[in-house]
Write a protein that binds this ligand. Structure first.
Ligand code: NDP
Ligand code: BG6
Length: 646
């Protein structure tokens, strides 16, 4: 990545004047200015540097500075606000009002750039940041050309363009053609802010700096890969934009396909920008393009209805969001199964899912290896072996986790799932960042590694296009998931049909709320987290039946279940955070009641064998749990008896 990683001991970027088109907009205030401030605090901006904002708003340099000061204080990612450093940056902010179709505005801007260039000795280098809708990229480029920026021979000229880069394959090709009329490929820096995230960059650092994993990174050892990007927020006032987009365009075609490329590409010959981008392009090129039939079997789309946010507050459905038409067919959730048709990945399914208004915010990549054969464990109580999983936690927790099995202490051969985990926050003390820092810094240095190239953008659209086409013709059954849930049940069926499961990662806080686990220490909760499996039920599904043997506990993450009496009447209802079926973990008695899903239900299931394995090493917790059982259910189970049952 050349100078890509900001890993300390780095030099300030090359001198330049940064011209921001759309400087009065949300992006500038919320992300760009805080990122520039972070770069200043880290000593990565040169002395020969100034910023010129341009937008329609009739601001002055003074009022622009005031606005940016308020915004940066509000959106700064640093704990302390360094007033001296901000003053340094703020004194370099300038503003010129103007419309993008007004050549006179460009003439004024050009004069100011020349003046600032002389004042700050920026060597004629100018970076144009298009913090505007893509519809005006061509207009701006045309006016920049007329204003003489293309012919000026002094210094470099570069542009940063923001997403969305096209809305489908034809529009992306047209946009590329338009921009390439004015700029050379090496001048164009297309932003994908996911590539600015440390943990995303760490995917390639991890893969190619650790000899241990690369030999396993192929169809011989990997069973499948899962990419999950869950957002708990809705459309956040961007209903107008989102309704023309949907999750496929907003998250998958760009951010998720980029992560997929990093995870699955061949090792590049070096971290030179073209070496990395060539490998990304090759792997995306090898993704099998679906036909209509494949879209119908390998993809699922969803749209949220009313529900609750993670704090339990009611939230509207997508169709009730401002600026969203009441009959909108835009998807706010999608899941898909892709195949990469090359030597390395032939036959390995790659599952992707993403959605808004899901139960939690979290981006994780799970690489599941093939399970070891059980044959060695013949004659022991071990019936099956869980596959090893390597999990990249991208956000909000940042780290890498390896899940495997270890022998439980004791005379018997018994296994328990354990993990090794590296946490960014424990290993490094870097300040939180917006993700834009490394992108702006690299662009100022002309390093295009983390930016998308014409062919990459078009290849990604080529993969998405059949989904757009098929979804346009097939009427969706929306809304099909409630806000705050795990998404539509069909997404679970998509992966379960293949005998696999999504990995849902509950937080320790979720588990700590379960009465049975009150007082559990964090090691115990960590073990339980690895043992929990997600299941989704439709309204009316019978989850447990009275009289049948039971060996599992259910924890309701979202939804409601009914407890059914002997004559079929509903005798109680259980809601989110409730647990049922737990007595079967403590005794061998048959189920004492029938439980039915009253709504869509997302539940975590804990098997008795996993529960007891976890408990065996925690005798003090065993005591506590038997006390809870006595108090809550009047079930008396001596701890030793519980262990004997296993
Ligand atoms: P806003 O609508 O908040 O800002 C757009 C800016 O462009 C405003 O400054 C507006 O000026 C200016 N503008 C638009 N048309 C003209 C014109 N014809 N002449 C002069 N000025 C014009 O958008 P955002 O800042 O949110 O987004 C900008 C880009 O960044 C978009 O492409 C978006 O998709 C992308 N993006 C935004 C993110 C965000 O978090 N906001 C995140 C990732 C990408 P004025 O206000 O004076 O009218
Ligand atoms: C943006 C999308 O690109 O990424 C948003 O337009 C989405 O809809 C956002 O919320 C997610 O980014 P992050 O960094 O919060 O995962």
């Amino acid at each position: 990545m050349g100078s890509a990683a900001l890993d300390g001991g780095q030099q300030p970027a090359e001198p330049c004047i940064l011209v921001i088109f759309g400087a009065s907009g949300d992006l500038t205030k919320r992300l760009l200015m805080p990122a520039l401030y972070n770069l200043a605090c880290d000593g990565l901006l040169p002395q020969q540097f100034a910023i010129l904002g341009i937008a329609m708003d009739e601001l002055t340099t003074e009022s622009f500075r005031e606005r940016m000061t308020v915004g940066t204080k509000q959106f700064s990612t640093r704990k302390e606000f360094d007033a001296k450093m901000w003053d340094w940056l703020c004194s370099r902010l300038h503003y010129v009002p103007g419309k993008f179709d007004d050549p006179a505005a460009f003439a004024r801007m050009s004069e100011l750039v020349t003046q600032l260039d002389q004042q700050y000795q920026a060597r004629g280098n100018v970076l144009f940041y298009m913090a505007t809708p893509p519809s005006v990229f061509g207009l701006i480029s045309d006016n920049l050309e007329r204003a003489g920026f293309k012919t000026s021979s002094e210094g470099w000229k570069r542009i940063i363009v923001e997403k969305p880069f096209g809305t489908d394959l034809p529009s992306a090709i047209a946009l590329n053609r338009e921009i390439l009329k004015y700029w050379r490929e090496d001048q164009i820096f297309r932003i994908d802010h996911y590539l600015g995230k440390e943990t995303v960059q760490n995917i390639i650092a991890f893969r190619f700096s650790n000899g241990m994993f690369e030999p396993l990174w192929n169809r011989n050892f990997i069973d499948h890969i899962q990419f999950s990007v869950s957002e708990s927020v809705g459309v956040e006032g961007r209903g107008g934009y989102y309704d023309r987009s949907g999750v496929l365009r907003d998250m998958m075609q760009n951010h998720m396909f980029q992560m997929l490329a990093y995870l699955c590409m061949e090792p590049p010959a070096s971290f030179a920008p073209e070496a990395v981008r060539n490998e990304k392009s090759k792997v995306l090129d090898a993704v099998r393009i679906m036909d209509g039939a494949a879209v119908r079997t390998h993809t699922v789309r969803g749209q949220y209805g009313p529900g609750r946010d993670p704090d339990g507050n009611p939230v509207p459905g997508y169709r009730q969001e401002p600026s969203v038409p009441p009959g909108s067919a835009t998807e706010t959730f999608a899941a898909m199964k892709l195949y990469i048709d090359n030597w390395r990945w032939h036959g390995v399914p790659i599952y992707l899912r993403s959605g808004k208004r899901l139960w939690r915010r979290g981006t994780d990549i799970v690489v599941q290896l093939k399970a070891a054969p059980e044959v060695v464990f013949r004659g022991t109580s071990i019936e099956s072996l869980d596959a090893n999983r390597l999990i990249f936690h991208i956000q909000p927790d940042q780290g890498i986790e390896l899940r495997f099995q270890a022998k439980r202490p004791g005379p018997e051969m018994a296994l328990q799932k354990v993990n090794m985990r590296f946490d960014y926050s424990q290993a490094f003390s870097a300040s939180r960042a917006t993700g834009y820092e490394v992108l702006i810094y690299n662009c100022m240095n002309g390093d295009a590694t983390l930016f998308s190239r014409t062919d990459l953008v078009e290849t990604a659209w080529r993969i998405a296009q059949p989904l757009l086409d098929t979804w346009k013709t097939d009427a969706p059954d929306f809304p099909n998931y409630a806000a705050g849930t795990w998404g539509p049940k069909a997404a679970f069926e998509l992966i379960e049909r293949d005998g696999r499961k999504w990995v849902e990662i509950p937080t320790r806080e979720t588990l700590a709320k379960v009465p049975l686990f009150e007082g559990a220490d964090s090691v115990l909760l960590g073990s339980l987290i690895m043992a929990l499996k997600p299941v989704v039920f439709q309204p009316g599904d019978v989850i447990i039946r009275k009289g049948e043997p039971g060996r599992e506990l259910y924890l309701i993450s979202r939804g409601e279940v009914e407890v059914i009496g002997d004559s079929g009447e509903v005798i109680a209802k259980l809601g989110e955070g409730s647990v049922f079926g737990e007595i079967s973990l403590l005794t061998s008695e048959p189920r004492t009641a029938t439980i039915r899903a009253a709504s869509y239900c997302d539940c975590f299931v804990l098997d008795k064998s996993d529960f007891v394995r976890v408990l065996r090493d925690r005798p003090h917790f065993l005591e506590a749990i038997t006390e809870v059982a006595q108090a809550r259910y009047n079930v008396s189970v001596p701890g030793e008896k519980l262990v004997e049952q296993m």
